[in-house]
Design a protein around this ligand. Structure first.
Ligand code: AMP
Length: 402
């Protein structure tokens, strides 16, 4: 008699400053056994949403801190299911934004790793402290399973020097650990690997440009599975235009504003991170709203869409030069997967570079991997939905099973 293989699952945790997102992932097919989010932690009335298949459980109650938030999540697993024990939870994978110069891959979390994540907080003041809080309470509440940190920067740790180095005084750069760390690395690694498999191409002979276009947005150039350049820098502010972030900007703009507009460090931080990008230019950070404004004849929204897609095109051109030959361009994340107008405008006029989008194949939202280039395009253009939870699950298992 054969017995069915025991179930295995990984709990993926993504702790923000006032939220905890979680997903219990079945690594065999990447499906979510359960998922949810606790929001407005520490803000009076909090909310919890726990989803198992089509069944959604919602709670509204004060969630004073991350410990209370996670205890609530675990009580929902007990109450509504699935029981973590029955789901065969083998590890918890934590998303950590900044691994700085210390981490080039996922690691098993111990007291020293916690200290190191804390030490890197100046490089990601909004994210690393929140990630660490989530790690600490999860280790306390689930002490019997290994916890693994998966860093958003790790895929870019070994960027070539010429791509990673900022052209500033080398002593200042060394003292303050200033270099290009990148971000969204887990997604760029997952998509660049999965798209080669999807196209049945050997990864080691595939050059790919990944365009991760979500509320945050970044581009990467990947040669044979290794990242060779990326658009985000010391922080996730550099590069493409985003929902509320400016992306590339002349640093002298900051100097000018601080000298002449009586703006403080916090003021320019707020301007560039929260009042720029699509939001700053068009008043809306969601591209669906921007498209509506364009349809209504709003000139600022038209400008915003133009700036947004022009920036993507510039990065595609730059990375074509970096790679020499582009086999694949992969669009992913909320905008990349859903917005055919952005995809079309970003690649318009690139036929001389061998990049030809097929208008019909490109039309509409894509829920599954889809080729959207013409049959004659030298570069294969693909929409490939990202799955950061599955990527974190696989990296977590790599650590606990090695
Ligand atoms: P993400 O950060 O990957 O969740 O992406 C969120 C962003 O995706 C939103 O702010 C929208 O700009 C964009 N988005 C989501 N759905 C659509 C859609 N159907 N059409 C165009 N853009 C979309």
């Amino acid at each position: 008699m054969t017995t069915a293989p025991a179930r295995r699952s990984v709990l993926v945790v993504n702790s923000g400053s006032s939220s905890i997102k979680y997903q219990l992932v079945d690594p065999s097919d990447g499906s979510a056994i359960a998922s949810g989010i606790v929001e407005r932690i520490g803000e009076g009335e909090g909310t919890v949403k726990h989803e198992v298949g089509d069944a959604v459980t919602r709670r509204e109650l004060p969630v004073p801190d991350h410990g209370a938030g996670l205890r609530l999540v675990l009580s929902l697993f007990d109450e509504v299911g699935p029981s973590l024990a029955d789901a065969g939870i083998v590890a918890v994978g934590h998303r950590v934004v900044q691994g700085g110069p210390l981490f080039d891959g996922p690691v098993l979390i111990d007291a020293q790793v916690e200290r190191q994540i804390d030490e890197l907080a100046p490089l990601a003041p909004l994210h690393n402290p929140a990630n660490l809080t989530g790690i600490r309470v999860a280790r306390e509440l689930l002490p019997d399973v290994p916890h693994v940190a998966v860093f958003d920067t790790a895929f870019f740790h070994h960027l070539p020097e010429a791509a990673a180095t900022y052209a500033i005084d080398r002593d200042v750069a060394a003292q303050y650990q200033i270099r290009r760390y990148g971000a969204h690395g887990t997604s760029h690694q997952y998509v660049s690997t999965a798209v080669a498999e999807f196209l049945d191409r050997p990864l080691e002979h595939t050059n790919t440009i990944v365009l991760h276009l979500g509320n945050g947005a970044s581009a990467s150039a990947v040669r044979g599975g290794q990242a060779v350049d990326t658009s985000m820098g010391l922080t996730p502010l550099e590069g493409l235009v985003m929902g509320t972030r400016s992306g590339d900007i002349d640093p002298a703009v900051l100097i000018h504003l601080m000298r002449n507009a009586d703006m403080s460090v916090d003021d320019v931080d707020d301007l560039l991170n929260r009042r720029s990008g699509l939001k700053g230019m068009a008043g809306e950070n969601d591209l669906r709203a921007v498209h509506q404004l364009v349809e209504d004849g709003d000139p600022a929204a038209r400008t915003a869409l133009g700036v947004y897609t022009h920036r993507i095109k510039k990065y595609v051109g730059a990375y074509a030069a970096v790679l020499g030959r582009v086999d694949v361009i992969a669009f992913t994340a909320g905008v990349g997967e859903n917005d055919d107008i952005v995809r079309a405008l970003s690649l318009a006029g690139l036929a001389p570079l061998g990049i030809e989008l097929d208008v019909e194949r490109n039309a509409g939202r894509k829920k599954v991997p889809t080729i959207i280039s013409t049959d004659t395009s030298r570069t294969t253009i693909v929409v490939y939905p990202t799955n950061e939870e599955l990527a974190i699950t696989r990296l977590t298992l790599q650590v606990v099973e090695s």
